[in-house]
Design a binder for this molecule. Structure first.
Ligand code: 6GP
Length: 798
């Protein structure tokens, strides 16, 4: 069937296409259809319109013999996909009209879609933005990951405490996947390695099957569509009939259940290490399946593996897929008979590694016992790579095998053609700290690619009011040329235009306020400043610095309730890893403070604190367009980049922040006068830690800080259990590794500057608009172009 006949299958008229899917794909009449049926029918109608470009992209890639990019990631935090599809295919007006004709509300239908939370935070969301930009730029690319049955847990609060429930996105119907039962690979674990006349043969003693599920990812204007291929683990032997016939029903189902465990849950960790055997299995499972798939596709086009590095670029998203190095060497050497050195050289020519954090606890390493037991051949290969590296670099001062551990960062570095950091500051620190020795040996290997975010999702679709104004003002070229937002600059001095900008923000805030009232029963005044901190909960991100400032501010307001105060609503959202007790205690503290402050009739019109549950991509899309102030307050040197910081700036929310990660570059671009800087630099942080009693000194020097800490210590926010937060106070007055106390005074100063600036509405709007106008560089299109030029040597085909 050619493409022309295909077209007729799905009507050009979206309304007819929806009705047709409702009847023929879901067997429902409009009268019998539930909201979910309509959402599915619309999704299928939209998906149909991607298929043609999808086939076309594949054909063009083959025809051009183009180099392909493979993005291997444990996480793809894709969120909802329907609106993304509608927006990128430019079907918004049609879809609205069709639904209206059918008596349905556009937003209600869109909101029925589950939010696919197949990631924890920054690294996973970055992967999702990258996929969209790769398609927008027409780069032949594919994402590979795991099709988790349960994504990141669902968060709720009970007495202010975080409760975790399993996330169940697959219980609702999901429109985007194409199951590929024909694309299956058997992946082995364990067993033994035998030397058969010089050839190493690995015979695993456990096997699972990886089955592919494909999701099309359309770029802007639907010109190019790539694939996200997620692997689902299944048993090679689905059902044990012998056991069943013996009456052992549980035993009969066991092989299936065991195998499926591998793709059952996403580890709910952000930047902390998970030393679990299952995690290593997950890593090998999806990486090995991806490599087999990549080689199969390569073999269908070329018959010389020496061409691999010129046709294939593989990006390792952090060290989670680091086993790709040894596995690719194994496939080329053990299975295809290439000499070891050649196999290694080819593998290295294809592989690249992105580091996303310098936190020592997040640098993966595996106990050699576990590693060797699960991957007996790979540990031999790691040792051989390590030895070869040692011989070639006799002066080296490191090994990828130390203290009975296999160190994945070092392995990734040695096996990579290029290694990159995710902001200028972070890349510099990588060179000076974790990879100092390796950088000395391979000075050309580390490059910087500052993160970016896709403007299609993070401005065009999440903020229709502002993006509408932008397009009316400068045309719609910015959507795939974000730097042209700078054309807005002349308008920021036009009072009339500024009013329009301010009106868009104000309407976004009213909409958020209405939503918070409807769904959470919260009352907030949209005229107050919306001060937002949303991200994973972590001590280095310092949500506790923010809440301490709120307490001190509240105390100050109580001292003089009739003074002029700039009304504020502090909004928090974020999940803590279930095992990270301190982070969970910070959540509870914020909730407890919120209960006291919001109930204080004397102050609640001046300061409110809100913690919204279950932060996810969808909630971010609601909050960011309505934010006035972006909190990016990590201890300098700890946040590798941040991407939320870019989304806020783009949506016209100035930052209060430290010189950390990409904040540095945001400030350079939006201008120091449009950014509220505070705190120590990364260098000063290191020096301050050496100062004996730094926290106690900071507290002694700042009575506001002392008073806020005392309020917590005395149980003011936990009267039923006064000692509840004693350990937090002790931490902040003692060891205080993240320097909350030492940075407090300057943070307070910057916050009061924010208050004064916000009180001048015209100049605040100007500042907000300049943040939008100057955020063009933070498009993930720019980042992907950087990877194409500096890392992959790949080209776009559109
Ligand atoms: C995050 C970093 O913490 C964040 O700063 C960065 O913007 C993001 O990656 C994307 O580069 N790191 C992770 O999410 C993580 O799990 C192992 O690192």
């Amino acid at each position: 069937m050619n493409i022309a006949t295909l077209r007729t299958v799905s009507s050009d008229n979206l309304r007819d296409a929806i009705l047709s899917h409702l009847a023929y794909s879901f067997g429902k009449t409009p009268e019998a259809a539930h909201l979910e049926d309509w959402r599915m029918a619309l999704s299928y109608a939209v998906r149909d319109r991607m298929v043609e470009a999808w086939f076309d992209a594949t054909r063009r890639t083959y025809d051009a013999g183009a180099k392909r990019v493979y993005y291997l990631s444990m996480e793809f935090l894709i969120g909802r996909l329907l609106e993304d599809g509608i927006v990128n295919l430019r079907l918004v007006d049609q879809a609205r009209a069709a639904l209206t004709e059918l008596g349905l509300d556009y937003h209600t239908v869109l909101e029925n879609e589950p939010d696919a939370a197949l990631g924890n935070g920054g690294l996973g969301r970055l992967a999702a933005c990258f996929l969209e930009s790769l398609s927008t730029l027409g780069v032949p690319a594919m994402g590979y990951g795991i099709r988790y049955e349960h994504g990141l847990f669902r968060q709720s609060f009970a007495d202010g405490r975080q409760m975790e429930a399993p996330e169940t996105w697959l219980l609702q119907r999901h429109a985007w996947e194409f199951e590929r039962p024909e694309t299956r690979y058997t992946i082995g674990f364990g067993g033994e390695v035998r030397d058969e006349a010089g050839r190493m043969v690995w015979t695993p003693d456990e096997q699972v099957c990886a089955e592919a599920f494909d999701t099309p990812i359309a770029g802007w204007k639907g010109r190019w569509v790539n694939t996200l291929r997620l692997w689902s683990a299944q048993s090679v032997r689905p059902f044990d009939l012998d056991s069943f016939n013996r009456g052992d029903f549980e035993g009969a189902a066991q092989p299936e259940a065991l195998a499926r465990t591998i793709s059952r849950v996403l580890y709910p960790d952000d930047t902390t290490e998970q030393g679990k055997k299952l995690r290593l299995k997950q890593e090998f499972f999806f990486t090995a399946a991806a490599l087999r798939d990549i080689l199969r596709r390569f073999d269908s086009e070329y018959n010389d593996v020496a061409l691999l590095p010129s046709k294939v670029a593989i990006q390792l998203n952090d060290t989670h897929p680091a086993i790709a190095g040894p596995e690719l060497v194994r496939l080329l050497h053990d299975e295809r008979g290439l000499p070891f050195e050649e196999a290694q050289k080819i593998a290295q020519g294809c592989l690249n590694y992105t580091n996303h954090t310098l936190l020592p606890e997040a640098l993966e390493s595996w106990n050699e016992g576990i590693f060797g037991q699960l991957l007996p051949r790979h540990i031999q290969i790691v040792d051989r790579i390590d030895d070869a590296h040692a011989k070639a670099n006799p002066s080296r001062g490191f090994s990828m095998r130390a203290n009975h551990q296999v160190r994945m960062g070092e392995l990734s570095f040695v096996m990579a053609n290029r290694v990159n950091g995710v902001s200028a500051l972070h890349t510099g620190l990588m060179k000076e700290t974790v990879f100092k020795e390796l950088h000395r040996l391979h000075p050309e290997r580390i490059v910087n690619e500052t993160n970016g975010v896709t403007p299609r999702r993070w401005l065009l679709s999440c903020n229709p009011r502002l993006s509408g104004l932008v397009s009316e003002t400068i045309g719609s070229g910015w959507i795939d040329d974000l730097e042209s937002l700078s054309d807005l600059e002349p308008h920021v001095d036009d009072a009339g235009w500024r009013d329009l900008f301010a009106a868009a923000k104000r309407s976004n805030k009213s909409e958020l306020a209405a939503w918070m009232s409807d769904t959470h029963g919260l009352r907030v005044d949209p005229a107050a400043m919306f001060d937002v901190q949303i991200k994973r909960m972590h001590e280095y991100k310092r949500q506790h610095l923010n809440i301490l400032e709120a307490i001190a501010h509240w105390q100050e307001i109580k001292d003089a309730p009739n003074a002029e105060w700039t009304p504020r609503v502090k909004i928090f959202a974020g999940k803590a890893a279930p095992g990270y007790v301190f982070a969970k205690d910070i959540i509870r503290l914020i909730n407890d403070v919120s209960s006291v402050l919001n109930a204080d009739a004397e102050t609640c019109d001046k300061l409110q604190v809100i913690f919204l549950p279950n932060y996810n991509v969808t909630l971010a899309e609601r909050l960011i367009p309505a934010a006035d102030l972006s909190e990016q307050i990590s201890t300098a040197g700890k946040e590798a980049s941040g991407t939320g910081n870019m989304k806020f700036a783009m949506n016209g929310a100035p930052t209060i922040g430290t010189l950390d990660g990409a904040n540095v570059e945001i400030r350079e671009r939006v201008g120091a006068e449009n950014f509220f800087l505070f705190g120590m630099t990364a260098e000063e942080v290191v020096a301050r830690r050496e100062v004996e009693g730094h926290a106690a000194k900071a507290i002694e020097a700042d009575p506001r800080l002392a008073r806020a800490l005392e309020a917590i210590r005395s149980g003011m926010f936990s009267p039923d259990e006064p000692d509840r937060y004693r350990h937090i106070v002790e931490n902040l007055s003692g060891h205080d590794y993240f320097l909350v106390s030492s940075d407090f005074t300057d943070y307070w100063r910057a916050q009061r500057e924010v208050d004064r600036a916000y009180a001048d509405a015209a100049s605040w709007t100007r500042m907000a608009a300049l943040n939008t106008a100057r955020s063009g560089w933070f498009s993930s299109d720019r980042t992907i172009r950087g990877y194409m030029a500096d890392i992959w040597d790949a080209k776009g085909l559109i």
